[in-house]
Design a protein around this ligand. Structure first.
Ligand SMILES: NC(=O)c1ccc[n+]([C@@H]2O[C@H](COP(=O)([O-])OP(=O)(O)OC[C@H]3O[C@@H](n4cnc5c(N)ncnc54)[C@H](OP(=O)(O)O)[C@@H]3O)[C@@H](O)[C@H]2O)c1
Length: 262
C-alpha cells in the first residue's frame, strides 16, 4: 500500500519538538509550511529540508495577519491535508501574582490560535480529505498542577476543542486528533521547570523521541495518544479518585514552591 504524502502546515517549527517533527515528517511530505517567530532556525530548517519543498511563515500566531499568511500560502501550494498545531507557550508562575497579559498570552497562543488556524484551513482540509488536524496537547490538559494554572486551562481547552470538532467533522474525512508528548527537553521547560523536574526525577524525552511518537500516532488509530501506561493510569486515577493525586501533589508543594517564581 502506498503511504499518503502529506501537505503539511506545522506551527512551532522553530521550537524543540517542532524542528524534530519537521525533520521526521519531511520524507513523507509533498511540501511543508513551517511556522514560527524566530527566523534563524526556520531558515536553517528550510535549507536542510530543501527550499523547493519547505516554505516558511515567520510571525506571531496570535496575530490574524500570520494566520492569513499561512492560509494563503497553503492555498497557493494546492491545499493542505495535515495541520499540526504544535506551537505552544508556558509561564510557570504562582497564579496569585501571575501577570494578566501572560495569562492572556497563554490562552491566545495555546488555545485560540490553534482554533482560529484550524477554522481558516478547514476548507482546504475538507477539499483534500482524507486529512488530519493534530493538536499537540499536554498531560496537564487532564491533571491540574501547581504553577501551571494558565497552561493547564489552555491545554484542557485545547483538548475539549479537539474532541468537539472531531465529532462535528466525523462525516467529512477530516480527522481531528490529540497528541500528548511526555515532558521533553526543550526551551519551554528551560530554567525553573527543568530544575524542578530534575529534582523530582521526572522522566524527560528528547524532541526526537516525541517526533517519532507523533509519526507513529499519525499512522495509527485512536483519537488521542497519551505518553505511556503510567501517564494513562495517572489520568484515570485523577478522574476517578482525584483525592489521591490531590494528596500526592500536596506532598510535592515544598519542592514546587522552591522553584516557583512568585
Ligand atoms: N516540552 C515539553 O515538555 C512538552 C510537554 C507536553 C506538551 N508540550 C507541547 O509541545 C508543543 C511544542 O513545545 P516545545 O516543547 O517544542 O517548546 P519550544 O521549544 O519552546 O517551542 C515552542 C514553539 O512554539 C512557538 N510559539 C510560541 N508562541 C508562539 C506565538 N505566539 N506565535 C507563533 N509561534 C509561537 C515557538 O516559536 P519561536 O521559538 O519561534 O518563538 C516555538 O516554535 C507545545 O504545544 C507544548 O505545550 C511540550
Amino acid at each position: 500500500m502506498t503511504q499518503r504524502r502529506w501537505k503539511l502546515v506545522l506551527t512551532g517549527a522553530s521550537g524543540g519538538i517542532g524542528q524534530a517533527l519537521a525533520v521526521a515528517l519531511a520524507p513523507r511530505c509533498e511540501w511543508l509550511v513551517l511556522a514560527g517567530r524566530n527566523a534563524a532556525p526556520l531558515a536553517a530548517l528550510r535549507e536542510r529540508l530543501g527550499p523547493d519543498r519547505a516554505h516558511v511563515v515567520c510571525g506571531d500566531l496570535t496575530q490574524e495577519a500570520t494566520l492569513a499568511q499561512l492560509e494563503a500560502l497553503a492555498r497557493r501550494l494546492g491545499g493542505c491535508n495535515l495541520l499540526v498545531n504544535n506551537a505552544g507557550a508556558n509561564d510557570f508562575h504562582a497564579f496569585a501574582t501571575q501577570d494578566a497579559d501572560a495569562l492572556r498570552g497563554l490562552l491566545d497562543t495555546n488555545l485560540l490560535a490553534p482554533m482560529l488556524l484550524t477554522q481558516r484551513l478547514l476548507p482546504q482540509l475538507r477539499a483534500q480529505a482524507p486529512a488530519q488536524v493534530v493538536n499537540v496537547g499536554s498531560l496537564f490538559a487532564y491533571l491540574g498542577y501547581p504553577g501551571f494554572a494558565g497552561y493547564c486551562a489552555s491545554k484542557a481547552g485545547l483538548r475539549g476543542f479537539t474532541q468537539a470538532l472531531r465529532r462535528e467533522l466525523a462525516d467529512t474525512g477530516v480527522d481531528v486528533r490529540h497528541f500528548i508528548p511526555r515532558a521533553t527537553r526543550t526551551a519551554i521547560n528551560r530554567g525553573a521547570v527543568e530544575a524542578m523536574n530534575a529534582e523530582m526525577g521526572v522522566p524527560v524525552d528528547s524532541p526526537e523521541d516525541a517526533a517519532r511518537q507523533l509519526l507513529a500516532f499519525l499512522d495509527g488509530g485512536g483519537w488521542e495518544r497519551k505518553p505511556g501506561f503510567k501517564e494513562a493510569l495517572l489520568v484515570l486515577v485523577n478522574q476517578l479518585l482525584p483525592s489521591v493525586p490531590d494528596r500526592a501533589i500536596r506532598g510535592q508543594l515544598p519542592v514546587i514552591r522552591k522553584h516557583l517564581p512568585e
